[in-house]
Design a protein around this ligand. Structure first.
Ligand code: UD1
Length: 350
Protein backbone atom coordinates (compact mmCIF):
# COMPACT_ATOMS: atom_id res chain seq x y z
CA UNK A 1 0.00 0.00 0.00
CA UNK A 2 1.54 3.28 -1.12
CA UNK A 3 0.62 6.41 0.84
CA UNK A 4 1.40 9.95 -0.23
CA UNK A 5 2.04 12.22 2.76
CA UNK A 6 1.84 15.91 1.89
CA UNK A 7 3.78 18.04 4.35
CA UNK A 8 5.48 14.89 5.58
CA UNK A 9 8.63 16.63 6.82
CA UNK A 10 6.88 18.77 9.46
CA UNK A 11 6.31 18.07 13.13
CA UNK A 12 3.23 15.90 12.74
CA UNK A 13 4.29 14.67 9.30
CA UNK A 14 7.63 13.24 10.38
CA UNK A 15 6.08 11.35 13.31
CA UNK A 16 3.26 10.10 11.05
CA UNK A 17 5.74 8.89 8.40
CA UNK A 18 7.58 6.98 11.11
CA UNK A 19 4.36 5.28 12.23
CA UNK A 20 3.40 4.44 8.63
CA UNK A 21 6.81 2.93 7.91
CA UNK A 22 6.73 0.96 11.16
CA UNK A 23 3.42 -0.51 10.03
CA UNK A 24 4.89 -1.52 6.67
CA UNK A 25 3.34 1.13 4.41
CA UNK A 26 5.29 2.46 1.44
CA UNK A 27 5.59 6.21 1.88
CA UNK A 28 5.99 9.03 -0.62
CA UNK A 29 6.54 12.46 0.93
CA UNK A 30 6.05 15.79 -0.77
CA UNK A 31 6.93 18.95 1.11
CA UNK A 32 7.72 22.52 0.11
CA UNK A 33 10.19 22.72 3.03
CA UNK A 34 9.17 26.35 3.67
CA UNK A 35 8.50 25.50 7.31
CA UNK A 36 10.20 22.14 7.72
CA UNK A 37 13.57 20.48 7.36
CA UNK A 38 14.78 17.72 5.05
CA UNK A 39 16.74 16.36 7.99
CA UNK A 40 13.57 15.35 9.84
CA UNK A 41 12.95 12.53 7.37
CA UNK A 42 16.60 11.44 7.34
CA UNK A 43 16.18 11.14 11.12
CA UNK A 44 13.01 9.06 10.64
CA UNK A 45 15.09 6.66 8.55
CA UNK A 46 17.78 6.64 11.27
CA UNK A 47 15.21 5.69 13.93
CA UNK A 48 13.92 2.81 11.82
CA UNK A 49 17.41 1.54 11.12
CA UNK A 50 18.34 1.80 14.78
CA UNK A 51 15.25 0.17 16.21
CA UNK A 52 14.32 -2.39 13.65
CA UNK A 53 17.62 -3.10 12.00
CA UNK A 54 15.95 -2.33 8.69
CA UNK A 55 18.29 -1.51 5.83
CA UNK A 56 15.78 -0.66 3.19
CA UNK A 57 13.31 1.95 4.42
CA UNK A 58 10.51 2.39 1.93
CA UNK A 59 10.27 6.17 1.64
CA UNK A 60 10.69 8.59 -1.24
CA UNK A 61 11.00 12.31 -0.60
CA UNK A 62 10.31 15.11 -3.06
CA UNK A 63 10.33 18.88 -2.83
CA UNK A 64 6.95 19.93 -4.19
CA UNK A 65 4.51 22.73 -3.42
CA UNK A 66 0.89 21.59 -3.52
CA UNK A 67 0.03 24.78 -5.41
CA UNK A 68 1.89 23.32 -8.39
CA UNK A 69 -0.82 21.23 -10.04
CA UNK A 70 1.39 20.18 -12.97
CA UNK A 71 4.03 18.79 -10.64
CA UNK A 72 1.37 16.95 -8.64
CA UNK A 73 -0.10 15.51 -11.82
CA UNK A 74 3.33 14.36 -12.99
CA UNK A 75 3.93 12.65 -9.66
CA UNK A 76 0.67 10.67 -9.78
CA UNK A 77 1.20 9.93 -13.48
CA UNK A 78 4.68 8.52 -12.95
CA UNK A 79 3.64 6.20 -10.15
CA UNK A 80 0.63 5.02 -12.14
CA UNK A 81 2.69 4.42 -15.29
CA UNK A 82 5.10 2.29 -13.30
CA UNK A 83 2.19 0.15 -12.10
CA UNK A 84 2.83 1.42 -8.61
CA UNK A 85 -0.07 3.83 -8.06
CA UNK A 86 -0.60 5.96 -5.01
CA UNK A 87 -3.43 4.32 -3.03
CA UNK A 88 -4.17 6.96 -0.41
CA UNK A 89 -3.14 10.41 0.77
CA UNK A 90 -2.50 11.82 4.23
CA UNK A 91 -2.81 15.55 3.66
CA UNK A 92 -0.83 17.58 6.17
CA UNK A 93 0.69 20.25 3.93
CA UNK A 94 -0.25 23.78 4.87
CA UNK A 95 0.67 26.92 6.74
CA UNK A 96 -0.21 26.74 10.41
CA UNK A 97 0.39 29.93 12.36
CA UNK A 98 -2.76 31.67 13.54
CA UNK A 99 -0.85 34.93 13.99
CA UNK A 100 0.68 34.76 10.54
CA UNK A 101 -2.68 33.94 8.98
CA UNK A 102 -4.07 37.24 10.29
CA UNK A 103 -1.19 39.14 8.70
CA UNK A 104 -1.08 37.18 5.40
CA UNK A 105 -4.59 35.87 4.71
CA UNK A 106 -4.11 35.72 0.93
CA UNK A 107 -1.05 33.50 1.25
CA UNK A 108 -2.90 31.30 3.74
CA UNK A 109 -5.94 30.88 1.48
CA UNK A 110 -3.68 30.25 -1.49
CA UNK A 111 -1.45 27.60 0.08
CA UNK A 112 -4.01 25.89 2.28
CA UNK A 113 -7.17 26.05 0.19
CA UNK A 114 -5.93 26.35 -3.41
CA UNK A 115 -3.28 23.75 -2.61
CA UNK A 116 -5.95 21.38 -1.32
CA UNK A 117 -8.13 21.99 -4.40
CA UNK A 118 -5.18 21.07 -6.64
CA UNK A 119 -4.50 17.96 -4.64
CA UNK A 120 -8.13 16.81 -4.84
CA UNK A 121 -8.33 17.52 -8.57
CA UNK A 122 -5.27 15.41 -9.22
CA UNK A 123 -6.36 12.64 -6.84
CA UNK A 124 -9.72 12.52 -8.64
CA UNK A 125 -8.03 12.42 -12.05
CA UNK A 126 -5.94 9.40 -11.01
CA UNK A 127 -8.82 7.73 -9.14
CA UNK A 128 -7.00 7.93 -5.83
CA UNK A 129 -9.94 8.74 -3.57
CA UNK A 130 -8.91 7.91 -0.04
CA UNK A 131 -7.72 10.86 2.04
CA UNK A 132 -6.97 11.62 5.68
CA UNK A 133 -6.96 15.37 6.27
CA UNK A 134 -5.31 17.26 9.10
CA UNK A 135 -8.03 19.48 10.48
CA UNK A 136 -8.03 21.21 13.85
CA UNK A 137 -10.03 21.82 16.99
CA UNK A 138 -9.57 25.47 16.12
CA UNK A 139 -12.64 25.19 13.88
CA UNK A 140 -15.02 24.87 16.86
CA UNK A 141 -16.81 27.89 18.23
CA UNK A 142 -16.01 27.58 21.88
CA UNK A 143 -18.62 28.90 24.20
CA UNK A 144 -19.56 26.12 26.56
CA UNK A 145 -17.72 24.39 29.35
CA UNK A 146 -18.38 20.95 27.91
CA UNK A 147 -15.90 18.79 26.05
CA UNK A 148 -16.33 19.16 22.30
CA UNK A 149 -18.14 16.54 20.25
CA UNK A 150 -17.70 16.42 16.50
CA UNK A 151 -21.17 17.91 16.02
CA UNK A 152 -20.37 21.00 18.13
CA UNK A 153 -20.84 24.39 16.51
CA UNK A 154 -18.25 25.22 13.84
CA UNK A 155 -17.19 28.84 14.23
CA UNK A 156 -13.57 29.66 13.42
CA UNK A 157 -12.31 33.11 14.38
CA UNK A 158 -9.19 33.56 12.25
CA UNK A 159 -8.09 32.90 8.64
CA UNK A 160 -6.20 29.73 9.63
CA UNK A 161 -9.33 28.26 11.22
CA UNK A 162 -11.47 29.39 8.27
CA UNK A 163 -9.02 27.64 5.90
CA UNK A 164 -9.51 24.39 7.82
CA UNK A 165 -13.29 24.74 7.62
CA UNK A 166 -13.11 25.56 3.90
CA UNK A 167 -11.06 22.42 3.25
CA UNK A 168 -13.45 20.27 5.30
CA UNK A 169 -16.33 21.79 3.24
CA UNK A 170 -14.45 21.07 0.06
CA UNK A 171 -13.95 17.46 1.11
CA UNK A 172 -17.59 17.19 2.08
CA UNK A 173 -18.79 18.52 -1.28
CA UNK A 174 -16.35 16.24 -3.08
CA UNK A 175 -17.61 13.25 -1.14
CA UNK A 176 -21.28 13.98 -1.87
CA UNK A 177 -20.56 14.54 -5.56
CA UNK A 178 -19.80 10.83 -5.81
CA UNK A 179 -20.60 8.89 -2.67
CA UNK A 180 -19.53 5.62 -4.20
CA UNK A 181 -15.97 6.71 -4.74
CA UNK A 182 -14.51 8.71 -1.87
CA UNK A 183 -13.26 7.70 1.56
CA UNK A 184 -12.44 10.73 3.70
CA UNK A 185 -11.37 11.31 7.30
CA UNK A 186 -11.13 14.81 8.76
CA UNK A 187 -9.00 14.51 11.89
CA UNK A 188 -9.51 17.40 14.26
CA UNK A 189 -6.36 17.71 16.34
CA UNK A 190 -6.35 19.18 19.81
CA UNK A 191 -2.93 20.30 21.15
CA UNK A 192 -0.12 17.99 19.94
CA UNK A 193 3.08 18.26 21.98
CA UNK A 194 6.08 16.11 22.95
CA UNK A 195 8.36 14.24 20.58
CA UNK A 196 9.39 10.72 19.64
CA UNK A 197 10.84 9.13 22.81
CA UNK A 198 14.24 8.74 21.12
CA UNK A 199 14.60 12.53 21.03
CA UNK A 200 15.74 12.14 17.42
CA UNK A 201 12.73 13.88 15.84
CA UNK A 202 10.58 16.63 17.31
CA UNK A 203 9.05 20.07 16.82
CA UNK A 204 11.27 22.75 15.35
CA UNK A 205 9.45 26.06 14.89
CA UNK A 206 11.31 28.40 12.53
CA UNK A 207 10.89 31.49 14.73
CA UNK A 208 10.05 32.23 18.36
CA UNK A 209 7.29 29.72 19.08
CA UNK A 210 3.68 30.87 19.41
CA UNK A 211 2.60 27.64 21.06
CA UNK A 212 3.10 27.07 24.73
CA UNK A 213 5.03 23.78 24.74
CA UNK A 214 7.97 24.67 22.48
CA UNK A 215 8.12 27.96 24.36
CA UNK A 216 8.45 26.07 27.66
CA UNK A 217 11.27 23.85 26.34
CA UNK A 218 13.20 26.91 25.13
CA UNK A 219 12.79 28.69 28.45
CA UNK A 220 13.95 25.56 30.29
CA UNK A 221 16.97 25.41 27.96
CA UNK A 222 17.82 29.05 28.70
CA UNK A 223 17.26 30.12 25.09
CA UNK A 224 14.32 32.33 26.11
CA UNK A 225 14.17 34.22 29.41
CA UNK A 226 10.76 33.31 30.73
CA UNK A 227 7.37 32.06 29.75
CA UNK A 228 4.54 34.56 29.61
CA UNK A 229 1.33 32.90 30.74
CA UNK A 230 -1.58 34.58 29.02
CA UNK A 231 -4.19 35.19 31.69
CA UNK A 232 -4.50 34.07 35.32
CA UNK A 233 -8.06 35.27 35.63
CA UNK A 234 -9.82 32.57 33.61
CA UNK A 235 -12.70 30.85 35.43
CA UNK A 236 -10.60 27.72 36.14
CA UNK A 237 -9.22 26.28 39.37
CA UNK A 238 -5.85 28.03 39.11
CA UNK A 239 -6.95 30.85 36.80
CA UNK A 240 -4.98 29.66 33.74
CA UNK A 241 -6.54 28.36 30.53
CA UNK A 242 -7.23 24.69 29.95
CA UNK A 243 -6.28 22.59 26.92
CA UNK A 244 -6.23 18.97 25.81
CA UNK A 245 -2.57 18.11 25.16
CA UNK A 246 -1.91 14.97 23.14
CA UNK A 247 1.43 13.21 22.57
CA UNK A 248 2.48 13.62 18.95
CA UNK A 249 3.10 9.84 18.67
CA UNK A 250 -0.49 9.16 19.76
CA UNK A 251 -1.62 11.65 17.14
CA UNK A 252 0.58 9.96 14.51
CA UNK A 253 -0.92 6.59 15.39
CA UNK A 254 -4.38 8.17 15.09
CA UNK A 255 -3.64 8.80 11.40
CA UNK A 256 -2.78 5.15 10.85
CA UNK A 257 -5.95 4.07 12.66
CA UNK A 258 -8.04 6.42 10.50
CA UNK A 259 -6.34 5.23 7.32
CA UNK A 260 -6.86 1.58 8.25
CA UNK A 261 -10.51 2.30 8.98
CA UNK A 262 -10.98 3.97 5.59
CA UNK A 263 -9.31 1.07 3.82
CA UNK A 264 -11.55 -1.52 5.44
CA UNK A 265 -14.85 0.41 5.42
CA UNK A 266 -17.38 1.35 2.76
CA UNK A 267 -17.16 4.74 1.13
CA UNK A 268 -17.74 7.40 3.74
CA UNK A 269 -16.70 10.70 5.23
CA UNK A 270 -15.90 10.96 8.93
CA UNK A 271 -15.03 13.86 11.22
CA UNK A 272 -13.03 12.68 14.22
CA UNK A 273 -11.52 14.46 17.22
CA UNK A 274 -8.01 13.38 18.15
CA UNK A 275 -7.43 14.40 21.75
CA UNK A 276 -7.10 12.70 25.11
CA UNK A 277 -10.18 14.24 26.73
CA UNK A 278 -7.96 15.22 29.66
CA UNK A 279 -7.99 18.82 30.87
CA UNK A 280 -4.67 20.46 31.77
CA UNK A 281 -4.16 24.10 32.75
CA UNK A 282 -1.10 26.05 31.65
CA UNK A 283 0.16 26.04 35.24
CA UNK A 284 -0.34 22.27 35.52
CA UNK A 285 1.62 21.82 32.30
CA UNK A 286 4.48 23.98 33.61
CA UNK A 287 4.49 22.22 36.99
CA UNK A 288 4.50 18.76 35.40
CA UNK A 289 7.32 19.75 33.07
CA UNK A 290 9.37 21.09 35.98
CA UNK A 291 8.74 18.04 38.15
CA UNK A 292 9.44 15.24 35.68
CA UNK A 293 12.49 16.95 34.23
CA UNK A 294 13.83 18.48 37.46
CA UNK A 295 14.20 21.85 35.82
CA UNK A 296 12.80 25.32 36.45
CA UNK A 297 10.64 27.20 33.97
CA UNK A 298 10.50 30.85 35.05
CA UNK A 299 7.22 32.50 34.13
CA UNK A 300 5.18 35.64 34.57
CA UNK A 301 1.51 36.33 34.11
CA UNK A 302 0.21 38.73 31.49
CA UNK A 303 -3.18 39.64 30.03
CA UNK A 304 -5.17 37.06 28.14
CA UNK A 305 -4.09 36.56 24.52
CA UNK A 306 -6.56 37.88 21.96
CA UNK A 307 -8.67 35.09 20.47
CA UNK A 308 -7.86 32.55 23.22
CA UNK A 309 -10.51 30.37 24.82
CA UNK A 310 -10.78 29.32 28.43
CA UNK A 311 -11.16 25.61 27.83
CA UNK A 312 -10.73 23.40 24.74
CA UNK A 313 -11.19 19.70 25.48
CA UNK A 314 -12.02 16.84 23.12
CA UNK A 315 -14.82 14.41 23.51
CA UNK A 316 -12.79 11.61 21.93
CA UNK A 317 -15.37 8.84 22.30
CA UNK A 318 -15.85 8.54 18.53
CA UNK A 319 -12.13 7.96 17.94
CA UNK A 320 -12.05 5.39 20.76
CA UNK A 321 -15.02 3.41 19.53
CA UNK A 322 -14.84 3.82 15.78
CA UNK A 323 -11.10 3.88 15.11
CA UNK A 324 -10.17 1.40 17.85
CA UNK A 325 -7.48 3.93 18.77
CA UNK A 326 -6.69 5.35 22.16
CA UNK A 327 -4.03 7.74 23.41
CA UNK A 328 -1.39 5.76 25.29
CA UNK A 329 1.05 8.42 26.56
CA UNK A 330 0.31 10.71 29.50
CA UNK A 331 1.30 14.31 30.19
CA UNK A 332 4.47 13.23 32.00
CA UNK A 333 5.68 11.34 28.92
CA UNK A 334 4.86 14.34 26.72
CA UNK A 335 7.03 16.51 28.99
CA UNK A 336 9.91 14.00 29.25
CA UNK A 337 10.01 13.29 25.51
CA UNK A 338 9.68 16.95 24.50
CA UNK A 339 12.51 17.91 26.85
CA UNK A 340 14.74 15.09 25.56
CA UNK A 341 14.29 16.39 22.00
CA UNK A 342 15.19 19.93 23.14
CA UNK A 343 18.26 18.75 25.08
CA UNK A 344 19.59 16.61 22.25
CA UNK A 345 18.82 19.27 19.62
CA UNK A 346 19.35 22.73 21.13
CA UNK A 347 19.12 24.32 17.68
CA UNK A 348 16.49 21.93 16.32
CA UNK A 349 17.45 20.40 12.97
CA UNK A 350 19.85 23.25 12.16
C1 UD1 B 1 -3.06 27.26 18.98
C2 UD1 B 1 -3.89 27.90 17.91
C3 UD1 B 1 -4.69 26.83 17.21
C4 UD1 B 1 -3.76 25.77 16.64
C5 UD1 B 1 -2.89 25.19 17.76
C6 UD1 B 1 -1.84 24.25 17.20
C7 UD1 B 1 -4.32 30.19 18.71
C8 UD1 B 1 -5.34 31.15 19.24
N1 UD1 B 1 -4.75 28.92 18.50
O1 UD1 B 1 -3.94 26.66 19.92
O2 UD1 B 1 -5.43 27.41 16.18
O3 UD1 B 1 -4.50 24.73 16.05
O4 UD1 B 1 -2.22 26.25 18.44
O5 UD1 B 1 -1.20 23.56 18.23
O6 UD1 B 1 -3.18 30.54 18.46
N2 UD1 B 1 0.02 30.17 26.19
C9 UD1 B 1 0.72 30.88 27.14
N3 UD1 B 1 1.93 31.38 26.79
C10 UD1 B 1 2.46 31.21 25.55
C11 UD1 B 1 1.75 30.48 24.59
C12 UD1 B 1 0.51 29.98 24.96
O7 UD1 B 1 0.26 31.07 28.26
O8 UD1 B 1 3.57 31.72 25.29
C13 UD1 B 1 -1.27 29.57 26.59
C14 UD1 B 1 -2.41 29.99 25.69
O9 UD1 B 1 -3.00 31.18 26.18
C15 UD1 B 1 -3.32 28.76 25.80
C16 UD1 B 1 -2.37 27.59 26.02
O10 UD1 B 1 -1.15 28.16 26.47
O11 UD1 B 1 -4.14 28.89 26.92
C17 UD1 B 1 -2.10 26.81 24.76
O12 UD1 B 1 -1.66 27.71 23.76
P1 UD1 B 1 -1.07 27.22 22.37
O13 UD1 B 1 -0.01 26.24 22.58
O14 UD1 B 1 -0.73 28.46 21.58
O15 UD1 B 1 -2.28 26.45 21.71
P2 UD1 B 1 -3.79 26.96 21.43
O16 UD1 B 1 -3.92 28.40 21.66
O17 UD1 B 1 -4.70 26.06 22.17
Amino acid sequence: MKVLVTGGAGFIGSHTCLSLLEKGYEVVVIDSFVNSHKKSLKRVIDILKLNKNINNVNIEIMELDIRNENALDKLFFEYQSNGNSIDAVIHLAGLKSVKDSLLNPLTYWDVNVNGSINLLKVMNRYKCRTIVFSSSATIYGISSNESLKENAEIKPINPYGRNKVAIEDLLNDTFFSDKNEWKIANLRYFNPIGAHPSGIIGEDPMDVPNNVFPYITRVAAGILDKLTIFGNDWPTLDGTAIRDYIHVMDLAEGHIAALNKLIECDHQIMNINLGTGIATSVLELVETFERVNSIKVPFEFADRRLGDSCKVIADNSLALSFLAWSPKRDLEEMCVDGWKWQLLNPTGYK
